[in-house]
Design a protein around this ligand. Structure first.
Ligand SMILES: C[S@@+](CC[C@H](N)C(=O)[O-])C[C@H]1O[C@@H](n2cnc3c(N)ncnc32)[C@H](O)[C@@H]1O
Length: 216
């Protein structure tokens, strides 16, 4: 991530939707200043406790409490699938980005087949009701262009994941785990996520997109 973002030693990095700060902490020791913004104060308290070098502020990504152009790298990881209207957030992230700054977006991605994206989103919403949309790669490009940004680099890494590591028993209520398993059993093959049974578990492919953009 650090290499992909082209971050430099004097840089200020802001992560929007930073949660507990794990992603932002990848930039510790490389960037000079680390700023975290998130809607959820409880997540930020954990970020402050775990990462004392991070300056954390509670804020909506669509209304950031920063002056224009003060950030060298404005990042967001695993946030946009929680955001129903992404373009105003991208525009706001662009506003705080310096004239030579970069924007790093990391998120899960749906396939470019419309029906598969719909089924994946049905499944993700059962798993996590705060899910808004897993979008296909093409949608990310349209959104960034609409916000006045130009993509300069892109990766689409994927890896295999076990269902039991995606919905672990300590975190999710049993009835929700059962509802997701029922969906996978009936309609998992429609999601484009490549579900296959392994013993009494399932394995599927988690696809991500990493985009680096600059002012258009
Ligand atoms: C799945 S967590 C990702 C946390 C962190 N980026 C990571 O990768 O570990 C998504 C985070 O986005 C935050 N979030 C969702 N919508 C937001 C918004 N409009 N503005 C700011 N934060 C938001 C949530 O509060 C949550 O902490």
């Amino acid at each position: 991530m650090v290499e992909f973002s082209r971050v430099a030693h004097e840089d200020t990095v802001l992560e929007v939707g930073a949660g507990t700060g794990n992603f932002l902490s990848l930039f510790e020791g490389t960037a000079r200043t680390l700023l975290a913004a998130d809607l959820t104060p409880a997540m930020l308290s954990r970020a402050r406790a775990a990462h004392p070098l991070v300056h954390a502020v509670a804020a909506d990504g669509a209304q950031l409490p920063f002056r224009d152009g003060i950030v060298d790298v404005v990042a967001s990881a695993q946030m946009f699938h929680h955001v129903p209207e992404p373009v105003p957030v991208l525009r706001e992230m662009r506003r705080v980005m310096s004239s030579r700054g970069r924007m790093l977006i990391v998120d899960q991605v749906a396939t470019d087949k419309f029906e598969e994206a719909l089924a994946m989103n049905e499944l993700e919403t059962i798993r996590d009701p705060s899910h808004a949309a897993s979008r296909p790669r093409s949608a990310f490009h349209v959104m960034l262009r609409a916000a006045g940004l130009r993509v300069i680099d892109e990766r689409t890494p994927s890896r295999e994941q076990r269902f039991s590591d995606w919905m672990w028993k300590e975190e999710f209520p049993p009835e929700r785990i059962d509802a997701v398993l029922d969906f996978i059993e009936r309609r998992g093959s429609e999601t484009g996520m490549g579900f296959r049974r392994v013993g009494d578990d399932w394995i599927f492919t988690r696809r991500r997109i990493m985009l680096l953009a600059e002012h258009a």
